[in-house]
Ligand binder design. Structure first.
Ligand code: ADP
Ligand code: AMP
Length: 210
């Protein structure tokens, strides 16, 4: 099954993609995680991406599209995948549509209001292996330490209030038009992404399997 998770930053796409991918036995492919891994290991791509990411702007299409194209054609993605954070504008959606990867089955659209988004991003903490927590809703057992790997938990540089506001603006301008794009193709599946994480996972799994 080939799925796209679409929605504003902080809507819970990464949290759900991880769980739904496990449920379906397909990889969770997050372009944000891939870019952060490039920054952490000091690659040329990471150096090029970092300034834009820290400002809440999109990384140039050419870089993201070629990075994604390589990942999506790996053997583990042959039976399907969940794309989280890609596509983020029409150029990326068209690149995906005209690629040889095959048709997308569903686009899961996360519906969350803006106050909740800001609250979620404000409390988000993570380790450098990509495990995510929330200070109030999903705290680690020991403050400041990842339950999975014992790494310190930090706030993402682009999760500051000023950068969040810009990311939301960029989302509205660049990414929101994709709702119509995929609606015209009959692919949108709306999910009200409020409430306990496990309930949302169940709703998504039931809907995509239906
Ligand atoms: P995205 O990948 O869309 O940017 P995340 O999955 O990183 O969003 O979630 C953003 C923050 O909200 C994280 O701190 C996460 O722990 C928290 N979160 C995710 N889902 C829920 C939920 N259903 N209720 C409350 N908090 C949530
Ligand atoms: P995310 O982890 O999805 O919140 O993405 C974090 C940041 O990575 C974004 O604000 C962008 O700067 C960059 N990014 C991630 N995915 C893409 C993409 N598909 N196109 C352009 N930039 C991206």
């Amino acid at each position: 099954m080939r799925l796209i998770f679409l929605g504003p930053p902080g809507a819970g796409k990464g949290t759900q993609a991880h769980r739904v991918a496990e449920g379906l036995g397909i990889p969770h492919i997050s372009t944000g995680d891939m870019l952060r891994a490039n920054i952490a290991s000091g690659t040329a791509l990471g150096r090029e991406a970092a300034t834009r990411m820290n400002a809440g702007e999109l990384v140039p299409d050419a870089l993201v599209i070629s990075m994604l194209a390589e990942r999506i054609t790996a053997a583990d993605a042959a039976a399907g995948f969940i794309l989280d954070g890609f596509p983020r504008n029409l150029a990326q959606a068209l690149a995906l549509e005209t690629s040889s990867v095959g048709t997308i089955d569903r686009v899961v659209l996360f519906i969350v209001d803006e106050d909740e988004i800001v609250r979620r991003i404000d409390g988000r903490r993570g380790c450098n292996q990509g495990h995510t927590y929330h200070l109030d809703d999903h705290p680690p057992s020991q403050p400041g330490v990842c339950d999975v790997d014992g790494e310190p938990l930090v706030q993402r540089p682009d999760d500051s209030e000023v950068v969040i506001r810009n990311r939301l603006k960029v989302y509205r301008r660049e990414t929101e038009p994709l709702i119509d794009f995929y609606d015209e193709r009959g692919l949108i599946l709306e999910i009200k992404a409020l409430g306990p994480v496990q309930h949302i996972t169940r709703q998504i799994l039931d809907a995509v399997r239906a």
